[in-house]
Ligand binder design. Structure first.
Ligand code: AMP
Ligand code: ZN
Length: 113
């Protein structure tokens, strides 16, 4: 737990979020500023700042499979969805605790986000 990290605070229930899924490795909650009808963030419990710091292939795979599971739970598997991870400034990362965006529920534009 990093005291100055927004997503660590959400994971430890210090600030509220609308949780949609959790297990021993990840927590998933609705994005506060949704860019699509479904916009969920899949966040590892472990504080990892950027994809550059991610070395655990098992965790990376688990994040993707969790997104698949939540897509199914929310009924967008067949209509489709997009998964995005932003890294550092040029990637548009604003929260430095890695997270996978799950976006769906509408036809997404050509831009990635
Ligand atoms: P990124 O720009 O990839 O770092 O994504 C950060 C995301 O976190 C943005 O889509 C924000 O809307 C979202 N966000 C920021 N604060 C909160 C919060 N308190 N609860 C849920 N999502 C948040
Ligand atoms: Zn954190």
């Amino acid at each position: 737990m990093r005291e100055d990290c927004l997503f660590c605070k959400i994971i430890h229930n210090k600030i509220p979020a609308k949780l949609v899924y959790e297990d021993d490795q990840v927590v998933a909650f609705n994005d506060i500023s949704p860019q699509a009808p479904v916009h969920v963030l899949i966040v590892p419990r472990e504080h990892i700042e950027t994809i550059n710091d991610l070395g655990d292939a098992n965790l990376a795979g688990h994040m993707v499979l969790t997104a698949k599971k939540i897509g199914s739970m929310l009924g967008i598997s067949q209509s489709g969805y997009r998964l995005i991870m932003n890294c550092n400034e040029d990637g548009g990362q604003t929260v430095f605790h890695i997270h996978l965006h799950l976006l769906g529920g509408k036809r997404l534009g050509e831009l990635l986000k």
